[in-house]
Design a protein around this ligand. Structure first.
Ligand code: NAD
Ligand code: MN
Length: 487
C-alpha cells in the first residue's frame, strides 16, 4: 500500500502559500518510483516576495531586538522539537532521498545538535577590546549581516539546512532557504518546527523551486546580503559571479574528489571498512566521499581483493529497513549520470572488479539502484579519477611511497576532504600537512564534526561552516573607537 501523498506549500512569512504560478513539483520515492509528494514550486516572483518578507523581519521585526537569552531559548526549543519528531523526520528524509534509515536518523540528530550548539554560543561569543595606539577605547561588535540566502543540495537536506540555519539565526540574521527542488521535505518541516518553537514569522522562510529561477532570483536580489551555497562547483562558479554584482558575502561548499591514502602498515580491517563506507555512505552522493583510493603498491593486490569481496557483500535494499546498507540514487537522471561514468571508466581502460551493473533483481527494478562499483587499474589522469562522480564508484590507484601518495592526492582541482591510514603517526602528520585539503582524518573515514570547521580549498569552496568558524561567515565586525583623552 502506498502512503498518502504529502502536499506541501512554500513557507513565507509564517504562512503556507501556493506558488504564484500555481505550479507544483511531483516527488517520487527513489526506492520504488511511487509518488511521494506534491510541492509548490517557487518562481522568481515568490522568491522576491520571500526576500521582502525577510528584509522586513530583519529591520522591523522583533528578532534582532530580542535579548540573547530569548534567542537562545528559541534555538534550544527548535533542537528539542527536532528530537521529539526525530522518527518522522528520519522517515521523511529516507523516503525523499532514498538514504538508509540509519543514516537519516544520524543526520536528524546532527540537525538537533547543531541548533543546540549554536544556541549555546549566542550569549558567549562577542567582540573584543583592542589596545590601539590612541587615547580612548577600541572595541568590536559582532553584528548580523541581514538577509541571508541559504542554498542547499539534495544529498544531505536536513543536515545541511540545519548547519546553515542555526549559526545564521544565532547571529540574528533573517533567512531564506532554497532547498534542492528534489528534496525539500525535511527543510519545510524544520520551518514549521521553528515557528512552533516561537521563532517570529518571516525570520525563516523556506522556498523550494528550481535553481535556475528561484535560486538565481535569490542570488541576484539586492536586499540579500549573504549567500551560503552548498552544491556543485559548476553552479558555485555562477553563484559567485552573480553575487559579485553587489558585493554579497559568499560562502561556497562545493564538490570533491578526495583521496583515501592507505599505507601498508595500516590496521587492515579498519582501513578496509573505512575504504568501503567513506565512499558508499549515502550511495556515494557525498561531497566528502573518498572516491580515490590510494594504496601502497606492496599491498595493492591483496587489499583490493579483500575490498572487492566487501563491495559485493553490501546489502542494497529498502531504505526504511534497518538491514539496508545502501539505498538507491536520488533520481533516475542522476543514476544515468553516474552510470555514464562507469562506462567512461571502462572506455578509459580501468577494470571493474566489483559491481558496475544496475541490479536486475525484480525488487530493485522500480528504484534507482546501482551496484557498488570498484575500479582497479585507474590512472590519476583518467576522467573517472578527476571528475566528481557522486555515486557508489571507487577508483583504486597504487602508489610507491609517501611522496608519490601526496603528489597523486594533490593532483586534483578539488580539495575538500580525505583520510590517511597508518600506524606511524609521524608519517600521518607529515601527510596531513602536505595534502591540500580543507578537512582530513587519520585512521577513520569520517570528516564532519559539528564542533569543528568544515569546508574546502581550491575548487572545493571558500569559507567554513560548522564550529565557531561559521559565525565569522554569518556576522560582520563593527570596529568602534571612543576618543577619551583621559583614558
Ligand atoms: P547543484 O549545484 O546542482 O545544486 C545545489 C543547489 O543550487 C540546489 O538547491 C539547486 O536548485 C541550486 N541551484 C541550481 N542552479 C542555481 C543557480 N543558477 N542559482 C542559484 N542556485 C542554483 O548541486 P546538487 O546536485 O544539488 O548537489 C550535489 C553537489 O553538491 C555535489 O557537487 C557535491 O559535492 C556538492 N556538495 C558539497 C558539499 C560541501 O559541503 N562541500 C556538501 C554536499 C554537497
Ligand atoms: Mn545537480
Amino acid at each position: 500500500m502506498n502512503n498518502p501523498i504529502l502536499e506541501k506549500k512554500l513557507l513565507i512569512d509564517g504562512k503556507q502559500i501556493d506558488a504564484s504560478s500555481g505550479k507544483v513539483r511531483q516527488l517520487m520515492n527513489p526506492a520504488n518510483g511511487n509518488l511521494l509528494a506534491e510541492v509548490a514550486e517557487a518562481g522568481v516572483e515568490d522568491m522576491n516576495l520571500a526576500v521582502e518578507v525577510a528584509h522586513r523581519a530583519f529591520y522591523e521585526g522583533p528578532w534582532r531586538q530580542m535579548n540573547s537569552r530569548e534567542r537562545t531559548s528559541i534555538l534550544l526549543k527548535i533542537s528539542q522539537l527536532i528530537r521529539e519528531n526525530a522518527d518522522e523526520l528520519a522517515r521523511l528524509e529516507s523516503n525523499n532521498v532514498g538514504k538508509p534509515i540509519r543514516e537519516s536518523e544520524d543526520e536528524v540528530q546532527l540537525a538537533a545538535n547543531c541548533f543546540e550548539y549554536y544556541a549555546g554560543v549566542i550569549n558567549k561569543i562577542g567582540g573584543q577590546t583592542i589596545p590601539v595606539a590612541a587615547q580612548g577605547v577600541s572595541m568590536t561588535f559582532r553584528e548580523p549581516i541581514g538577509v541571508c540566502g541559504l542554498i542547499v543540495p539534495w544529498n544531505f537536506p536536513i543536515a545541511i539546512t540545519s548547519w546553515k540555519i542555526s549559526p545564521a539565526l544565532a547571529m540574528a540574521n533573517t533567512i531564506i532557504v532554497k532547498p534542492a527542488s528534489q528534496t525539500p521535505l525535511t527543510a519545510l518541516r524544520i520551518g514549521e518546527i521553528a515557528l512552533e518553537a516561537g521563532l517570529p514569522e518571516g525570520v525563516l522562510n523556506i522556498v523550494p523551486g528550481p535553481g535556475s529561477a528561484a535560486g538565481e532570483a535569490l542570488v541576484k536580489h539586492p536586499k540579500v546580503r549573504k549567500i551560503s551555497f552548498t552544491g556543485s562547483t559548476e553552479i558555485g562558479t555562477q553563484v559567485m559571479k552573480l553575487a559579485a554584482d553587489d558585493i554579497k558575502r559568499v560562502t561556497l561548499e562545493l564538490g570533491g574528489k578526495s583521496a583515501n591514502i592507505v599505507f601498508a602498515d595500516a590496521d587492515r580491517e579498519n582501513a578496509l571498512s573505512g575504504a568501503v563506507w567513506s565512499v558508499l555512505g549515502n550511495a556515494g552522493q557525498d561531497c566528502c566521499a573518498r572516491s580515490r583510493l590510494l594504496i601502497e603498491a606492496s599491498i595493492y593486490d591483496e587489499f583490493l581483493s579483500e575490498l572487492s569481496s566487501l563491495f559485493k557483500a553490501v546489502k542494497l535494499g529498502d531504505p526504511l529497513s534497518t538491514e539496508t546498507e545502501m539505498g538507491p540514487l536520488v533520481t533516475a537522471e542522476h543514476r544515468k549520470l553516474v552510470y555514464g561514468y562507469v562506462e567512461t571508466g571502462i572506455k578509459e581502460g580501468a577494470e571493474i572488479i566489483a559491481g558496475g551493473q544496475i541490479p536486475d533483481d525484480d525488487k530493485f527494478s522500480a528504484g534507482n539502484f546501482l551496484q557498488p562499483t570498484l575500479f582497479s587499474q585507474v590512472n590519476n589522469n583518467m576522467i573517472i579519477a578527476q571528475e566528481e562522480i557522486f555515486g557508489p564508484v571507487l577508483c583504486a590507484i597504487p602508489f610507491k611511497d609517501e611522496e608519490e601518495a601526496v603528489s597523486i592526492a594533490n593532483r586534483s582541482n578539488y580539495g575538500l576532504s580525505g583520510s590517511v591510514w597508518t600506524k606511524d603517526l609521524q608519517r600521518a602528520l607529515r601527510v596531513v600537512k602536505a595534502v591540500e585539503t580543507g578537512v582530513i582524518s587519520v585512521n577513520t573515514g569520517h570528516s564532519v564534526h559539528m564542533e569543528a570547521p568544515f569546508g574546502g580549498v581550491k575548487q572545493s569552496g571558500v569559507g567554513r561552516e560548522l564550529g565557531l568558524a561559521a559565525l565569522d561567515h554569518y556576522s560582520d565586525l563593527k570596529s568602534v573607537f571612543f576618543s577619551l583623552p583621559d583614558i
